[in-house]
Write a protein that binds this ligand. Structure first.
Ligand code: KG4
Ligand code: ZN
Length: 344
């Protein structure tokens, strides 16, 4: 089975062709970071137009690289939510058009299901497992029990963790996206210089909160001489912020693992996904927490942790082989929580 995947839910235009034996035949990603950088965040209108300009070419590119034509496809999967509605419309309409013209089944893919199922493609993981999804838009623990069967154990009550990285970067004068720059600056900083709160630490459950931490960073900046951080202040602020996030994630992760184990005494690995999983310090801390409870940590390769179309094509494979697909009248949904999905 060969499936074309299309991802346009945020600021990456991506396409991929994946086979059901877990082979990635071709993949392409075009990041729009430069187009959005002057605004310090993703501008939905700019994103939708860029998807429209680039999608055709990216589809042709993966077909050629994989050496297949539309006729060879067994299905088309396009992200239909959650995400920015303009981009979702561009990608899902393209997917439907290809499906209709070439008479192939169409899968309206849920972006989060794509992230959730990636480890099954990369590492052949069996159900159930515990997923920690940490990105610019999402921050949640999900018990992944089967295709279409997801139980959200906890989520952020305010900002997503990637958003907190991006806002912190902005406050200290680093560029967008902030995560990688905060991580780089933190390397030469003192994580103990600024005493920042550890949000939610010690509370029951595994929800997150990051807006208080963000405010605390702003207060520390305002308290600096002249209200302006020097390069060393920036490094120390970034290191202190990252340490606070790491402590908070580690604490939440301990509780999430216990909740997961209670429902699944036979266990299952901890899988991380989302752009924030790129952070080496956070990964180390999560690995240590997992190891303490005898749980393996699985982190797919970085390019498959961040937004991509391989995960969308793979979600298509998983659904199509269960006989699941969607009508061409499926309307994209900006908000589409994982636990509202259905399966076989
Ligand atoms: O998954 P992703 O590419 O896009 C979505 O948000 O869906 O995640 C992007 C987020 C951004 O907020 C970015 O700042 C964050 O992931 N990020 C990082 C790192 N690399 C990317 N956060 C912390 N450390 C990093 N090294
Ligand atoms: Zn994503």
């Amino acid at each position: 089975m060969i499936v074309l995947g299309i991802e346009t839910s945020c600021d990456e235009t991506a396409t991929a062709i994946v086979r059901d034996d877990r082979t990635i035949l071709a993949e392409a990603v075009l990041s729009q970071i430069e187009a959005h950088a002057p605004y310090g965040g993703v501008v939905p209108e700019i994103a939708a137009r860029a998807h429209l300009d680039n999608l055709d070419g990216l589809i042709a590119r993966v077909l050629e690289a994989a050496g297949v034509g539309f006729a060879d496809l067994d299905g088309v999967a396009a992200t239909a939510g959650p995400g920015l509605i303009g981009g979702l419309l561009v990608g899902s309409t393209m997917g439907k058009a290809i499906a209709m013209v070439h008479d192939k089944p169409f899968v309206a893919a849920n972006h989060l299901e794509g992230h959730a199922l990636t480890a099954r493609l990369t590492d052949g993981v069996d159900f159930p497992y515990l997923l920690l999804l940490v990105s610019g838009g999402h921050c949640q623990f999900v018990s992944v029990e089967d295709v279409g069967r997801y139980r959200r154990l906890g989520a952020t009550i305010d900002d997503a963790v990637g958003e907190a990285f991006d806002k912190t970067a902005k406050m200290v004068g680093l560029g967008y996206p902030g995560g990688p720059q905060v991580e780089a600056a933190a390397r030469t900083g003192d994580p103990r210089r600024f005493d920042l709160p550890r949000p939610m630490r010690g509370r029951p459950g595994c929800d997150f909160s990051f807006s208080g931490l963000k405010t605390a960073v702003r207060r520390r900046i305002e308290a600096l001489p002249g209200g302006r951080p020097s390069p060393q202040d920036v490094a120390d602020l970034c290191a202190s912020f990252q340490a606070a996030v790491a402590d908070s994630l580690a604490d939440r992760c301990r509780n999430a693992l216990a909740m997961f184990r209670e429902a699944h005494p036979q266990g299952g690995p901890l899988v991380v996904a989302g752009g924030v999983a790129a952070n080496a310090h956070l990964r180390e801390r999560l690995a240590a927490v997992a190891a303490r409870s005898g749980t393996p940590l699985i982190a797919p390769p970085l390019r498959l942790c961040t937004d991509n179309a391989v995960m969308v094509a793979w979600a298509g494979v998983e659904r199509l082989r269960l006989g699941l697909h969607d009508g061409l009248d499926f309307a994209p949904v900006p908000r589409w929580p994982l636990d509202s999905l259905g399966g076989a």
